[in-house]
Design a protein around this ligand. Structure first.
Ligand code: NZQ
Ligand code: ZN
Length: 386
């Protein structure tokens, strides 16, 4: 096991009707900017619940943050923060609204000219204004981590960064919010969380027995609840386990002391930036090819995964590892997610070269757990995903 230091300061308030507890978590004299997305919270009653809980506060609302939150929209929010002298941000949404809020928190304290530099230079972010979240969709884990991903419409770029100062102060997780989520987004959440675990697990053995079993338990739970939550989004048992699994998949715990990959996400982000494909679907497109391409360096963990998650006990390490990749693809298909780029766009020719060039231009010469995955390797993986 590698050395590590771990601190996750986000307070989780989990359970039925917990949105009503919101006021207790926010400083009494705060002026709040409530951020939300395209309006789902107005249809499912979450907007009203939040407004009622905050009746004693001065609240300014800012809606319209799109899926894959856009820099340009967040700059409009930044103007509101400055002109209205906002002191506390409240994200009410899924990963997109929460990520947009994290960027806004950093941008509000940023002293340079162009806040995009926060993402493009990845210089340490030392300050952010405080924020909390009301999670409306399990998927990204953003509600309990300090990372964020922002898209720039103008240049079709999607970049990620983060900082220890950008953990939410609190996140309210009421699994009842899952009931209004469309099937397509439920499937996205399942596959995103599943892949978050894989990115921190599908590397090479490093004697981290407990982390492996934490990771495997999240995968097993997601596989177990997937049919139930797809069948009935009001199934509280399935919804609560789904929600907590997604949070645990990317709140830092399972990644301590172990090698991490994240190349699937880096390639996937480019597919969203270029084609607008949902984040989780880009991961389902890239992951199987990534594991096939890097088979030799990952086969031991692939075989362990096949055995422990999918019960594949027969065969050599290579046979089990191969079965593990096939089972993963079958799982993605079982929740209704396609795994080839050509199933999402007919315009895919040249994508491999485009992504490889973007990686080279940014100096990303060695991705993956061994820092050996070159832009040329990425091109091959993307091409295998066509
Ligand atoms: O915008 P509204 O109207 O709210 O609708 C949203 C949106 O259309 C809808 N939705 C959310 N909660 C709902 C609901 N509809 C009905 N009922 C509810 N209760 O779902 C749609 C998708 O929402 P979004 O927030 O975009 O989804 P997700 O949570 O998957 O977030 C995706 C973003 O997170 C980034 C992705 O790159 C992408 O930009 N990620 C962030 C990470 C992080 N910060 O740690 C890690 C991830 O790997 C990921 O990259
Ligand atoms: Zn993800």
């Amino acid at each position: 096991m590698n050395n590590f230091e771990f601190k996750n300061p986000t307070k989780i308030i989990f359970g039925k009707d917990k949105i009503a507890n919101l006021a207790k978590e926010i400083p009494a004299n705060a002026k709040i900017l409530m951020l939300y997305g395209g309006g789902s919270i107005k249809k499912n009653g979450i907007y009203e619940q939040v407004k009622n809980a905050l009746s004693a506060f001065e609240v300014v609302a800012f809606g319209g943050i799109p899926a894959n939150p856009e820099y340009e929209v967040m700059l409009d929010a930044l103007k509101v923060v400055k002109t209205q002298k906002i002191t506390f941000l409240l994200a009410v949404g899924g990963g997109s609204v929460i990520d947009g809020t994290k960027f806004l928190s950093a941008a509000a304290e940023y002293e340079g000219e162009t806040p995009w530099d926060i993402l493009s230079t990845r210089k340490p972010i030392l300050k952010g204004i405080p924020f909390g979240t009301v999670l409306t969709m399990p998927a990204t884990g953003s509600e309990m981590n300090s990372g964020f991903v922002i898209t720039r419409r103008e240049t079709k770029e999607k970049l990620a960064t983060g900082s220890p100062v950008l953990y939410p102060k609190f996140s309210i997780l009421d699994p009842q919010v899952v009931s209004s989520i469309p099937q397509k987004q439920i499937a996205n959440g399942l596959v995103d969380a599943y892949t978050h675990v894989l990115e921190q697990y599908m590397t090479y053995p490093n004697d981290s027995l407990l982390q492996d079993r934490f990771a495997e338990s999240i995968l097993q739970t997601l596989v177990e609840i997937a049919p139930a939550i797809l069948k009935d989004t009001s199934d509280y048992k399935a919804a609560s386990n789904f929600m907590w699994s997604c949070t645990m998949a990317l709140n830092g715990l399972i990644g301590q002391g172990v090698p991490q990959d994240w190349a699937v996400h880096m390639m996937g982000h480019e597919l969203t930036a270029i084609f607008g494909i949902d984040h989780a679907r880009t991961l389902a497109i890239i992951a199987p090819s990534h594991y096939r391409y890097n088979f030799d360096s990952k086969k031991e963990k692939l075989a362990q995964y096949a055995e422990r998650i999918w019960g594949v006990t027969d065969g050599t390490i290579e046979e089990k590892a191969k079965a593990g990749i096939d089972k993963t693809e079958t799982f993605f298909h079982s929740v209704g997610i396609k795994t080839k780029l050509s199933e999402y766009t007919t315009d895919y020719s040249g994508t491999a070269e485009k992504i490889s060039k973007r990686f080279s231009d940014r100096g990303w010469m060695g991705l993956g757990e061994n820092q050996k995955l070159t832009p040329a390797d990425a091109a091959k993986i993307v091409e295998m995903s066509y």
